[in-house]
Ligand binder design. Structure first.
Ligand code: GLN
Length: 484
């Protein structure tokens, strides 16, 4: 049987019709990982024994008639999400030998539903980055061009889905980290509404925008995973966003849709292939009767600056716990100060940059001046979205201004990396759901994504619309680097 490029939905059918077992499916992905991941470096750890055991258990449940969305489905998880008994490193030297003592809530839910955890995916250290080159374990490569980055920081998760190493992967998105690599790797990357999915067991980067997101081949696959991992959690007081039941039907009435076309996202600095791809989406919608409404979100230009002030401050607070005394790397020294210096010296350059910037932001002047000021501007960004929802149902934008850049091309220029997120940070700061899905290819054969942003809590409608776009304008997968 040809399992090549299977979707979760297709695998579900094969499993439910007894055409394949979860063990066979799991062995297939383990084989692919063994064969090709030396080149991509999407994974940091493969738990072959654990995966096969879970697959056998899933097969037992299938035989007894049990069926849930992810029963028997193999997946990978970004290595900043805790997995009991397995290493969880956040791609940092500080946590290189850290074994998680409990499962994150999302992992516990997936385990209960019978999903098969294959292993852990690479990322930028502590999720700080846009290229996965900040991993202390070495970079991930783009499966379509091994000399290019996969995007980041969930680059391992996105590359793994693109390379067909698993049926879906979890990532985290603080300011674009699921959508960015999804766009560069040609897969779907969905960032939920803030608080829709528990963050318990996600190693905190910036708590006020951190969310766990889903990477998959289709938006409806992402929705199947969402149904399992969404919901309140007694371990996460911020997991309070109730998701609305979908109003949009699978067979969409296009003429009912009002789609916003925000000037600030489309007017400058886009690669022509990116604009072309987005325009095709827009034209399709228009031709089918949807109203395309040009509008302005004037505070968009402050997104990156506000994001870096707020998140660096939160990063410096969240990473304070890695002090050589409690978690992870521990080397004792003569004095407390020296202990801090030796142990915290193991942070990578980008983590250090953010800790220092954040510490400054929280202590300069009269304490919280910069942070508070950034919070005020963040309100404007949210207000822009609130205003937009009065006129439109969703916003259509590019995900990233350009396709994948070359490895090492930007690594010494943090500012240009930060600017990669210009179209991604506003949705994170406002907490609204957003999804990137593949809509085209550049002249060099690199994937291009487009983004849909929706109102808080409307995640299922957002994914239904995205799936309808994927079905109407299929962006067929091309050959991976080693298939050319
Ligand atoms: N690229 C962004 C950054 O470097 C986003 C990171 C994230 O979403 N985790 O901060």
């Amino acid at each position: 049987m040809d399992l090549n490029n299977l979707t979760l939905a297709a695998a579900r059918q094969l499993l439910d019709n007894r055409q394949i077992t979860s063990r066979q499916l799991t062995e297939y992905y383990l084989r692919r990982l063994k064969k090709y991941d030396d080149q991509v470096h999407a994974s940091l750890l493969i738990d072959e024994t654990g995966a096969l055991k879970q697959a056998d258990e899933a097969d037992q449940r299938l035989i007894s008639g049990d069926q849930t969305g992810v029963l028997g489905i193999p997946y990978l998880v970004k290595d900043n999400i805790l997995t009991k008994g397995l290493k969880t490193t956040a791609a940092s030297k500080i946590l290189a030998d850290y074994i998680a003592p409990y499962d994150a809530t999302v992992i516990a839910k997936l385990r209960q539903s019978g999903a098969v955890l294959l292993g852990k995916a690479n990322l930028d250290e502590f999720a700080h980055g846009t290229s996965t080159e900040n991993s202390a374990m070495g970079p991930t490569k783009n499966p379509y061009d091994l000399e290019r980055v996969p995007g980041g920081s969930s680059g391992g998760s996105a590359a793994a889905v693109a390379a067909d190493f698993c049926l879906f992967a979890l990532g985290s998105d603080t300011g674009g980290s699921v959508r960015h690599p999804a766009s560069l790797c040609g897969v779907v990357g969905y960032k939920p509404s803030y608080g829709a999915i528990s963050r318990h067991g996600l190693i905190a980067m910036a708590s006020s925008t951190d969310v766990i997101g889903i990477l998959a081949k289709t938006a409806s696959d992402a929705a199947s995973v969402l149904r399992i991992i969404a919901g309140q959690d007694k371990f996460d007081a911020t997991a309070q966003t109730k998701l609305a039941t979908a109003k949009i039907k699978d067979k969409i009435n296009w003429a009912d849709l009002r789609i916003g076309w925000p000037d600030e996202y489309v007017s400058t600095g886009l690669d022509l292939a990116v604009l072309d791809s987005l325009t095709q989406v827009k034209n399709f919608l228009q031709e089918h009767g949807a109203k395309i409404i040009p509008l302005s979100l004037p505070s968009t230009k402050y997104g990156v600056a506000v994001y870096h002030v707020i998140t660096s401050a939160e990063v410096s607070a969240n990473l304070a716990r890695f002090d050589g005394l409690r978690y992870g790397y521990k080397q004792s020294a003569a004095s407390l100060n020296e202990t801090y210096l030796i142990n915290r010296g193991h942070f990578g350059a980008e983590a250090k940059r953010r800790i220092m910037l954040g510490t400054y932001i929280l202590s300069a002047g009269d304490g919280c001046f910069y942070y508070n000021q950034a919070q005020r501007v963040r309100r404007w960004i949210s207000y822009d979205f609130d205003q937009a929802w009065e006129k439109v149902d969703f916003l259509l934008t590019p995900t990233v201004p350009r396709p994948a850049f070359r490895l090492s091309q930007k690594i010494n220029d943090p500012l240009s990396l930060y600017l990669e997120d210009a179209l991604l940070t506003p949705a994170s700061l406002a907490g609204v759901p957003a999804v990137s899905w593949p809509t085209g290819w550049s002249g060099d054969g690199l994937p291009i994504g487009s983004q849909l942003i929706g109102p808080l809590g409307n995640d299922y409608d957002l994914l239904t619309l995205t799936q309808a776009m994927q079905t109407a304008l299929p962006c067929l997968r091309r050959r991976l680097a080693w298939e050319k």
